[in-house]
Design a protein around this ligand. Structure first.
Ligand SMILES: [Mn+2]
Length: 284
């Protein structure tokens, strides 16, 4: 790791332009600042709005958000092992855990996520892939549909290997994923969700398309709350050389999907309190 570069980025915050120019792809660094000042540092004032209040008594040392995995378990582990997560971290996953075109890695990803979702400091949110898979693959009772869309190879895998109990667990896991998560840090409101929100609409009233599917959120949102999303790969907006988590210029949006599912992508995790981030090793 280049410490000089890290220091430089920390001192200046970096914009999209210099992120592109420096071509930062070495696996860690600092994400651009969310507001005019520094990232929030006083984690003692963290207030969690969407889970029972007793969790607020815990002094989380980091608030970690993890972008889309898309069934790329190898990249996810490459990133995750660098973060060295402990029970003192609050960890929020932004959805899209599966992809459908890599049987082994989808199932491996689910096998890792499902038991970890039992941890009180892990919050796993739904992505559009989980919503689509539920609709395409499962009956209401959690069994697999007879005729599966070929796109969902993970479901074919479940069927071929005949794992009825695991299949039901996958169904329960996907069905129970929350659509968003809110915290307030030092009076700043943060919303975590897969795709975005509609400003001026109460979170309880947001619709599924807005939360799970809207790809244009980064252009539309002008709200004050800081919204942390996955879904739209940063490369598809800012070009293939921007492979890091991005703060959208002039908007309170942090984009964390660094195209884990495709060539020239990474799995990414950002500490929302500091802007520090970790990425999978370059594997191409
Ligand atoms: Mn998505």
């Amino acid at each position: 790791m280049n410490l000089t570069r890290r220091k430089f980025l920390k001192l200046t915050g970096f914009t999209l332009i210099n992120a592109g120019l420096f071509g930062i792809d070495t696996g860690c660094g600092f994400a651009p600042q969310i507001s005019d000042g520094n990232f929030v540092k006083d984690w003692a004032t963290l207030q969690i709005d969407d889970i029972p209040i007793e969790y607020n008594d815990k002094n989380y040392s980091r608030v970690l958000a993890i972008g889309d995995i898309h069934g790329n378990y190898t990249r996810f582990m490459s990133m995750y092992n660098k973060v060295e997560v402990t029970e003192n971290d609050l960890v929020i996953f932004l959805g899209d855990y599966i992809q459908g075109d890599k049987v082994g890695e989808d199932l491996k990803t689910l096998q890792w996520l499902m038991p970890n979702n039992e941890k009180s400091n892990f919050i796993m949110l739904s992505g559009n892939m989980e919503r689509e898979a539920l609709k395409d693959c499962f009956n209401d009772d959690g069994t697999l549909k007879e005729n599966l869309d070929k796109k969902w190879a993970f479901a074919e895998g479940l069927k071929v290997h005949n794992f009825p109990q695991f299949t039901k667990k996958v169904f329960d896991f996907m069905s129970n994923l929350k659509f968003y998560f809110r915290i307030t840090i030092d009076g700043k409101k943060f919303i975590f969700c897969h795709a975005g929100i509609k400003d001026g609409v109460a979170m309880e009233d947001q619709n599924e398309f807005t939360l799970m599917f809207n790809k244009e959120f980064y252009k539309e949102y002008e709200g004050d709350k800081i919204v942390v999303i996955g879904h739209r790969p940063v490369q598809t907006v800012y070009g293939k050389d921007v492979n890091v988590p991005v703060k959208v210029p002039d908007r309170n949006i942090l984009m964390l999907d660094t195209r884990c599912k495709r060539l020239h992508g990474y799995s990414s995790c950002v500490n929302i309190l500091t802007g520090e981030f970790w990425q999978s090793d370059k594997d191409w």
